[in-house]
Write a protein that binds this ligand. Structure first.
Ligand code: PAF
Length: 278
């Protein structure tokens, strides 16, 4: 497995490969969810490139950019083991050699709701770095985890609207035995919080079950109840909501569009997100 720190090295390495790679973009601190994405990329046929870059542009000033775990050696060992061919791990000055004053401005209808409402500018930062990574790697396909459901939708729309010749592949959410979605931020949880954390996927499952049983009439009350139930356990929910899968807008009465339930809530100092297709 080759580790490229510079764009020149990355391009020379990829130019020597027999085909354009499949890219798995990451911010490092890799867990089983990332490794499943890499294995999925391997199954699409090599070569596989993974990027490790903690992208300052997608963090708000009070968020965890500085403390986000940097675990490069362990990450590389896991990537090599999963069959990754090339790791692109640029320093910040390599990817942002000057202030990034040109940015991708994602569609606000998709990017300013849900995560975008609670993390303003987040998807602009994500799209800007992903577009840069796409330009650097020029992959034929890229794999993104479904755990970040809205991110996947935003990237898909960006790729479609800019007509980028890249297939976007969704990777299923990987879960611990109790059902908690694997996430780099799970590492911030205390033992007691880790035990409690499963209540988020359970709340999504209950909401999903209620919609499957009774439809979307009275949905607002179901969502409010779901949030209140988590709040009563000491969580600070940002949203638990049922949306249309395609555009993440609330379903209209009688809507037959496929649905997804999405949730974000803070447990102590840790903000967790999860989703479940209904
Ligand atoms: O999902 C992530 O880890 C990040 O948002 C991504 C796609 C690597 C962009 O920094």
């Amino acid at each position: 497995m080759h580790i490229a720190r510079t764009l020149d090295d990355l391009r020379a390495t990829l130019d020597a490969q027999p085909a354009r790679p499949v890219l798995v973009p990451t911010m490092g601190n890799l867990h089983g969810g990332h490794i499943a994405l890499v294995r999925q990329a391997v199954a699409l046929g090599g070569p596989v490139a993974a990027s490790i870059f903690v992208n300052r542009l997608q963090f708000l000033p009070h968020e965890d950019f500085d403390t986000y775990p940097r675990t490069f050696e362990a990450d590389c060992a896991k990537l090599a083991d999963a069959g990754c061919d090339v790791v692109f791990a640029p320093a910040e000055a390599e990817l942002y050699p000057e202030p990034q004053t040109f940015r991708v401005q994602p569609d606000p209808a998709l990017a300013d709701i849900l995560e975008g409402q609670f993390r303003p500018g987040f998807f602009g930062g994500v799209c800007t770095v992903v577009l840069k990574l796409f330009n650097a790697v020029q992959p034929r396909a890229a794999v993104f985890g479904q755990k970040d459901y809205q991110q996947l939708a935003v990237i898909r729309r960006m790729v479609r609207q800019f007509a980028l010749p890249i297939e976007i592949v969704a990777g299923a959410t990987q879960r611990a035995d109790d059902g908690l979605a694997l996430s780099s931020r799970n590492g911030y949880l205390s033992d007691a919080e880790r035990q409690e954390a499963v209540q988020l996927p359970l709340a999504l499952r209950r909401l999903s079950g209620a919609v499957r049983a009774g439809g979307t009439a009275g949905l607002a009350a179901l969502e409010r109840d779901a949030e209140a139930a988590l709040a009563a356990r000491g969580w600070q929910p940002d949203y638990l909501t049922v949306r249309r899968r395609g555009d993440l807008l609330p379903p209209a009465p009688g809507d037959t569009a496929p649905l997804v339930v999405l949730g974000a809530a803070r447990l102590g100092g840790t903000r967790l997100i999860d989703n479940l297709e209904i």
